[in-house]
Ligand binder design. Structure first.
Ligand SMILES: Cc1cc2nc3c(=O)[nH]c(=O)nc-3n(C[C@H](O)[C@H](O)[C@H](O)COP(=O)(O)O)c2cc1C
Length: 175
């Protein structure tokens, strides 16, 4: 892939919230998880964990925790990406909190792009009640749910989202 193909790949991805009922295959899921595990992480500690959700009851419960966003229950699969504070803080102390969130975020980004490369659709979900998600998934205290990623075969709206002009948020050499 050359750099112009890479930019085309990035710009052709869009969040999709309308899904068909077609299940993700095991290969799809393994591919997304393998892609996540290639992500860089602070000290290569991989301070993230992922809970893969396919059961309808769990999706329904998580939809409730995410303020009833319907695509969470509609998506064939859902990945709850968590920061594992202990893994990062054991080496980096307080700074490890930030690193673990960054590690989880990058892992989720890689999965989102991996889905796109496989002609699957996805949507990042950040709006949820963390305590409810903790209860539903039985997360231990040192693990923070950072993002959910819905994934499956979807029906894109056909229009790509727009972006700010790059000059509006880039600063050279100093702010
Ligand atoms: C940190 C973060 C939180 C987000 N939270 C939600 C969410 O709770 N629900 C949702 O439908 N989309 C959510 N999104 C998706 C954004 O709305 C979407 O990425 C943005 O509008 C740009 O559109 P695009 O992904 O199609 O390029 C979130 C994205 C990010 C990165």
């Amino acid at each position: 892939m050359d750099s112009s193909e890479f930019l085309d790949f990035l710009t052709s991805r869009t969040s999709v919230r309308d899904y068909t009922a077609e299940e993700l295959t095991e290969e799809d899921i393994v591919f997304l998880l393998d892609s996540a595990s290639t992500a860089p992480s602070a000290g290569n500690l991989e301070a993230w964990d992922i809970v893969v959700i396919r059961e309808a009851d769990q999706k329904e419960a998580l939809m409730g925790a995410a303020y009833d966003q319907p695509h969470i229950a509609a998506a064939p699969a859902l990945f709850v990406v968590c920061a594992n504070y202990v893994r990062s803080m054991s080496r980096y102390g307080e700074r490890g909190i930030l690193y673990a969130v960054q590690d989880a975020t990058i892992a989720c980004t890689y999965m989102m792009l991996a889905a796109h490369s496989r002609r699957l659709h996805s949507c990042w979900v950040g709006a949820f009640d963390e305590d409810e998600v903790r209860d539903i998934l039985g997360l231990p205290p040192h693990v923070r749910p950072v993002a959910m990623l819905t994934a499956g075969k979807g029906r894109p709206q056909g229009t790509l989202t727009e972006r700010m002009a790059i000059g509006e948020h880039v600063h050279f050499d100093a702010w």
